[in-house]
Design a protein around this ligand. Structure first.
Ligand code: MG
Length: 392
């Protein structure tokens, strides 16, 4: 972030209120099986032009945030203030102290569904403006959007302002630092615009509606369910050489055998094929492009971390894995006695139900490299679904 050319998402999730019903703050309540906060984190983490995320949270909410994020890496946490403005200021000052990024996208966790198109639009708008935000016209009202934001328009009259709001970092930091304590500000865009910068509007998104009341959760669940997901399939294939004196790791399980597989990592040929299948479905390269064998940090690495990484990439794109199917091709050892343990281990790494994880095995009738016991091969297929907004 210190190179001054990075884009950071600042997600404000400091609320402690429960207007949305229930006894937990709404950013920790779930829609589509994931906490509100987790949806926003996934959206930004999955965008190639977002270089980092900082979360502004309420005092003492660290454990709740980690629980809401599950297996995801936890971004830096900054404790917010009494008001939203205090919370944003705390996040901006944290970023300034870390080495200012070039741009910051300030987002409310109460708007869980940020599409990659909105992020793209905001970053493009920052090429010619100091600030940009998405807005939706109020139904049945004609609204003229100017290339540059003009006078502030009362929100309840003409159009609805959404987040994320994107700014040149120095402009929004200066606006917050100079803004009089007693003066009201409806949002960061107003502050930046009123301190003399140009702020523009990009088209908003119905999926960005704010979640406030209990009925909003029901509406968002229905909206999410109505989004047609796009099915994607990927395949993977791998071979490793069998040698005496190595451990034999297959599907994350240590299998007793006279020989093991050699390779740079633990050489778990089955997991490698599976990782390539998942990355293939995402069209995000292959295992070697993410974990190059030339990089000494992967020497002897357990392959379960490669698989966890691939699954995290699916989540970051807002997707879900429907099913994986794996075939191990070898003459020995016999896979049958280990099949249940292998499925259970893969399901645990991927956080999938057991019935979505298939492990099969075959020999090659003593033909070829597997038949001569020179190596073990594996092939895999992964089927997953991605939201249309994130199929790029
Ligand atoms: Mg391999």
């Amino acid at each position: 972030m210190a190179d001054g050319r990075s884009n950071i998402a600042l997600i404000v999730a400091a609320g402690s209120g429960s207007r949305a019903g229930g006894d937990v703050p709404k950013q920790f309540r779930r829609i589509g099986g994931e906490a509100l906060l987790a949806h926003s984190v996934d959206a930004f983490a999955g965008h190639p032009k977002i270089d980092g995320i900082v979360l502004v949270i309420g005092e003492g909410q660290e454990d709740a945030v980690r629980a809401a994020l599950g297996a995801r890496p936890c971004p830096p946490l900054v404790t917010g203030g009494v008001t939203r403005r205090d919370s944003v200021r705390a996040g901006l000052e944290y970023l300034a102290a870390q080495g200012a990024p070039s741009a910051v996208l300030i987002h409310d966790a109460a708007r869980p569904f940020v599409s990659s198109h909105v992020i793209d639009g905001l970053l493009a708008a920052l090429q010619s403006h100091e600030g940009a935000f998405p807005a939706l016209p109020v139904a049945d009202t004609l609204v003229r959007f100017e290339a540059v934001m003009g006078d502030t328009v009362p929100r309840d009259h003409l159009y609805r302002v959404q987040t994320p709001q994107a700014f040149h970092f120095e402009a929004v930091l200066a606006a917050h630092r100079s803004w009089p304590e007693a003066r009201d500000a409806t949002d960061d865009a107003q502050m930046v615009r009123d301190t003399g910068h140009s702020v523009t509007i990009i088209p908003g998104d119905i999926m960005l509606e704010k979640i406030t009341h209990p009925e909003d959760f029901r509406r968002a669940e229905a909206l999410l369910a109505s989004q047609p997901m796009i099915s994607r399939t990927g395949m993977g294939f791998d071979v490793h050489r069998l040698v005496a004196g190595e451990e034999l790791w297959l599907c994350g399980v240590l299998v007793p055998h006279s020989h093991g597989l050699s390779g740079h990592s633990d050489a778990d040929v089955a997991i490698h094929a599976l990782v390539d299948a998942i990355l293939g479905a995402l069209a995000e390269g292959d295992i070697g492009s993410h974990f190059p064998p030339s990089d000494p940090q992967w020497r002897g690495a357990r392959s379960d971390r490669f698989l966890a990484f691939a699954v995290e990439r699916v989540r970051a794109r807002g997707g879900l894995i429907d099913q994986v199917d794996l075939t191990i091709i070898c003459e020995a050892p016999k896979i049958g006695p280990h099949r249940d343990a292998m499925r259970a281990r893969l399901a645990a790494i991927m956080e999938l139900p057991l019935d979505q994880v298939s492990v099969k095995a075959t020999t090659t009738e003593r033909l070829g490299l597997a038949g001569r016991k020179e190596g073990i091969a594996a092939q895999a297929v992964a089927t997953l679904r991605l939201p249309p907004a994130n199929v790029a």
